[in-house]
Design a protein around this ligand. Structure first.
Ligand code: SF4
Ligand code: SF4
Length: 98
């Protein structure tokens, strides 16, 4: 059975570059018709088929995507597995893939 994932996107910081949309093998993401407060169409999750592969988070130049993956032993809740942060200087990548 496929692993269940989900993404959280900081829509007010997204610049609508579409890199995450291109990188997603599941076609889970798309640009919203709405515009955020800095004037860009922002990325949103449009399908419930995310596998938590983290491709989108890795390519996002603004580091606004957090990926969650459902824990294998828990049926409820979600677990953060990848967060890209601090892109203005050194890049920190932390992956919890247990
Ligand atoms: S984690 Fe993978 S499957 Fe999920 S939205 Fe991002 S690229 Fe697509
Ligand atoms: S890669 Fe990042 S900045 Fe570009 S559209 Fe996706 S979430 Fe927005």
């Amino acid at each position: 059975m496929a692993i269940k994932g989900a993404v959280q996107i900081d829509i007010e910081t997204c610049k609508g570059c579409e890199l995450c949309i291109e990188a997603c093998p599941q076609d889970t993401l798309a640009l919203s018709n709405e515009i955020n407060k800095i004037g860009y169409h922002y990325a949103v999750q449009i399908e419930d088929n995310c596998t938590g592969c983290i491709n989108c988070a890795l390519v996002c130049p603004d580091a606004v995507i957090t990926v969650y993956r459902q824990p294998k032993k828990k049926k409820n809740g979600r677990e953060e597995v990848a967060r890209i942060s601090n892109v203005r200087s050194d890049v920190t990548i932390s992956i919890n893939d247990k």
